[in-house]
Design a protein around this ligand. Structure first.
Ligand code: FAD
Ligand code: NAP
Length: 336
C-alpha cells in the first residue's frame, strides 16, 4: 500500500504514514482504533486531505481514510427535507445530488473539495453561506468515551472556520451529518465576486440553485488553483476578525483597507489583501509561492517540504503583523 502522505494531502507535503487503513464501516473504526492503540500511534482520520498538512517525519501516525458512503433524503414537511450523508461521501457530490432533488441551501458551497465528514470540522463556508446555516446534527464516534453519539448543531459550537471538533483533534470520528434543506427558491449570494453572474443581481430575484451552482463553479475555476495540477490547500490563513476599536487604529493608518462588519459587530479583514500589501514577493521561495489570482492561497511549486511551508507561512504572518499590527492564523490542520 502507498504510505506516502504526500498522496493524501492536496498540498503534497508529508512523510510516510505508519499505516493507512480504510474506514468503510463502523467496525472498521474499532479495528483502526485497536490497531493504533497496539502500535502506540495516534489515529488520524482524514477525508481527501484538502485541509491537512503532515510533518515530513516518517511513521508518526496511523491514518484512517474515511470512506463510509450513503446519502438518504427524507421529506420533513411541505417546505423542507432532511438529508443524511455519510462522512466518506464527496461534499460536492452531496451538493449536486441535493440540487438534482430540488433542494436548496448548500448551492453556494459548490466546488469545495473534500468529504462530507470534514465539512463540520471547520464549518465550511463560501460566498456568505456556511454549513451551520443548514446543519441539524453530526453523528460521531467518541474515542475517549468509547461510544457513538450525536452532536446537535448547537453542541458543535460552529463559528467562522471552527468547531468543537477542530478544537479537539483526535477525539471524535465523524460518521454522518444531517442537513435540513429547503424546497423553496435559494438565497442569492451578494458577493461582489459573483456580480453579473445571475439574470438579476437582486437578492430577492428568482434564481435557481442550479444557476447559483454554475456561477460559483465558474468563478472558483478562475480564482482558485486545481489541486490536481497545482498542489495547494485553499486559503492558507483565516480572515482575521478584530474589534471595532482595533479596526479604527488599523484603518487610520491604512484607509484603503477592505473590511466587512460581522453579525457581532466585530470587523473581518481580508487576509489575502493584507498579505498582498505586506511585501509578499520577498517571502516566496523556489518551492513555496502564491497563486497568481489569490495571495491567500499558498502553492507547492514542486518539492516543498513541511519546513519550507512553515518557514514561508511564518514570514507572511510576521510581514502582515509588522505592516498592519494584525495577527493572521493558519486555517489548515497540522499533524506533527
Ligand atoms: P481533510 O483535509 O482530509 O481533513 C481536514 C480535517 O478534518 C483534519 O483535521 C481531519 O483530521 C479532519 N477530518 C476529516 N474527516 C474527518 C472525520 N470523518 N472525522 C473526524 N475528523 C475528520 N474550505 C472552505 O471552508 N471553503 C472553501 O471555499 C474552500 N475552498 C477550498 C478550495 C481549494 C482549492 C482547496 C484545496 C481547499 C478549500 N477549502 C475550503 C478547504 C477544504 O476543502 C475544506 O476544509 C474541506 O472540508 C476539507 O475536506 P477533506 O475531506 O479534504 O478534509
Ligand atoms: P472573494 O469573493 O473575492 O472575497 C474576498 C474576501 O472578502 C473573502 O475572504 C470574503 O470573506 C470577503 N468578502 C467578500 N465579499 C464579502 C461580503 N459581501 N461579506 C462579507 N465578506 C465578504 O473571495 P474568493 O477568494 O474568491 O473566495 C470566494 C469564497 O470562497 C469566499 O467566501 C472564501 O471564503 C471561499 N473560499 C475559501 C477557501 C478556503 O480554503 N477556506 C478557499 C477558496 C475560497 P469570506 O472568506 O469570509 O467569505
Amino acid at each position: 500500500m502507498d504510505l506516502n502522505l504526500q498522496n493524501y494531502s492536496t498540498f503534497k507535503v508529508g512523510g510516510r504514514a505508519y499505516r493507512i487503513l480504510n474506514i468503510r464501516t463502523e467496525n472498521d473504526i474499532f479495528s483502526a482504533l485497536a490497531y493504533a492503540t497496539k502500535c502506540e500511534k495516534p489515529l488520524i482520520v482524514i477525508g481527501d486531505g484538502s485541509n491537512s498538512i503532515f510533518s515530513d517525519e516518517p511513521e508518526l501516525f496511523v491514518i484512517g481514510h474515511m470512506q463510509m458512503k450513503g446519502i438518504y433524503i427524507k421529506e420533513e414537511d411541505e417546505g423542507y427535507s432532511l438529508v443524511r450523508a455519510a462522512a466518506g461521501e464527496s461534499w460536492d457530490h452531496l451538493v449536486s445530488h441535493a440540487i438534482e432533488n430540488g433542494l436548496s441551501g448548500i448551492e453556494a458551497l459548490s466546488g469545495i473539495p473534500g468529504t462530507v465528514g470534514a465539512a463540520p470540522i471547520q464549518n465550511i463556508g463560501a460566498y456568505g453561506t456556511e454549513l451551520s446555516d443548514t446543519l441539524v446534527k453530526v453523528s460521531v464516534y467518541d474515542i475517549e468515551h468509547k461510544r457513538f453519539r450525536t452532536f446537535s448543531k448547537e453542541q458543535c459550537e460552529l463559528s467562522y472556520r471552527d468547531s468543537i471538533f477542530k478544537k479537539n483533534p483526535g477525539k471524535y470520528i465523524v460518521t454522518e451529518i444531517t442537513l435540513r434543506l429547503s424546497k423553496s427558491k435559494p438565497k442569492v449570494p451578494s458577493y461582489a465576486s459573483l456580480a453579473g453572474k445571475f439574470p438579476s443581481d437582486d437578492t430577492e430575484a428568482e434564481v435557481t440553485a442550479e444557476q447559483i451552482r454554475k456561477a460559483v463553479l465558474e468563478t472558483r475555476t478562475t480564482k482558485l488553483p486545481d489541486p490536481k495540477t497545482i498542489p495547494n490547500c485553499g486559503s492558507f490563513f483565516k480572515n482575521p476578525i478584530i474589534s471595532e476599536e482595533q479596526f479604527k487604529t488599523v484603518q487610520a493608518a491604512h484607509p484603503e483597507i477592505p473590511s466587512f462588519e460581522t453579525e457581532s459587530g466585530d470587523i473581518k479583514l481580508y487576509a489575502g489583501w493584507l498579505i498582498e500589501h505586506a511585501d509578499y514577493q520577498s517571502v516566496e521561495t523556489d518551492r513555496v509561492g502564491f497563486h497568481d489570482a489569490n495571495k491567500l492561497v499558498l502553492i507547492n511549486k514542486g518539492g516543498a517540504t513541511f519546513e519550507d511551508l512553515i518557514t514561508v507561512a511564518s514570514f507572511i504572518q510576521k510581514n502582515v503583523f509588522d505592516r498592519f499590527g494584525v495577527e493572521i492564523e493558519p486555517e489548515p490542520n497540522f499533524f506533527v
